[in-house]
Design a protein around this ligand. Structure first.
Ligand SMILES: [Fe+2]
Length: 197
């Protein structure tokens, strides 16, 4: 039988990390986020349904600088992995809070006008909603033969079950959504967009 070799081109990476010490600083973040919400109970509505989103500038508030620094550090690791030029510097251009109460969810969306995006999980009770990323090669939906085992080559979507302290980074163009929160506890996350200096 002919021996086949393979080269993988155009992969779609999703980076993930559990941040050290998250139990301590998540408690503080929750307190700050509750205060923000009391000050701006209407918030904004972007991808969020039946929930609350803050303005997109919380990275400018001093209290969020430590968590934004952790996000930026992770982004630097991505830049090294991608072998970007050394003078290319990732900066957070937008950062906002998502609070999904019972029934709250986020419709399918991408993050326009950004390079890399991410989300950090502050509070995610069981069954409060997985995040689902979709295969960007939409043409494949024209022919998806049945598989014996789902793999990165054939999966139409990938589902992340988030935990507090999880940081996800992904290409901003990658379509994703968040399932409804099926608990009576709030799901709290911090999302962000970046650009390169
Ligand atoms: Fe998003």
């Amino acid at each position: 039988m002919t021996q086949l070799s393979r080269s993988d081109y155009f992969p779609t990476p999703i980076w993930h990390a559990e941040l050290d010490g998250h139990r301590q600083f998540n408690e503080n973040l929750l307190t700050v986020i509750h205060t923000l919400r009391e000050e701006d109970p209407v918030g904004t509505a972007i991808s969020n349904k039946q929930g609350w989103q803050s303005a997109k500038n919380v990275h400018n508030a001093p209290v969020f600088i430590p968590i934004c620094q952790k996000m930026t550090d992770a982004m630097y690791s991505v830049c090294r992995f991608l072998k970007l030029q050394d003078e290319v510097r990732p900066i957070i251009t937008q950062c906002w809070i998502n609070v999904n109460p019972q029934g709250g969810f986020n419709v399918a969306h991408c993050h326009p006008n950004s390079f890399l995006s991410g989300v950090y999980y502050v509070s995610v009770p069981e069954r409060s909603g997985n995040i689902i990323f979709y295969d960007p090669r939409v043409q494949l939906d024209a022919m998806r033969p049945p598989v014996k085992e789902v793999s990165a080559y054939t999966a139409p979507e990938v589902i992340y079950k988030p935990k507090p302290g999880l940081l996800l980074l992904f290409p901003s163009w990658l379509l994703h959504r968040v399932e409804p929160n099926n608990t009576d506890s709030e799901r709290v996350t911090i999302a962000f967009n970046t650009w390169m200096n």
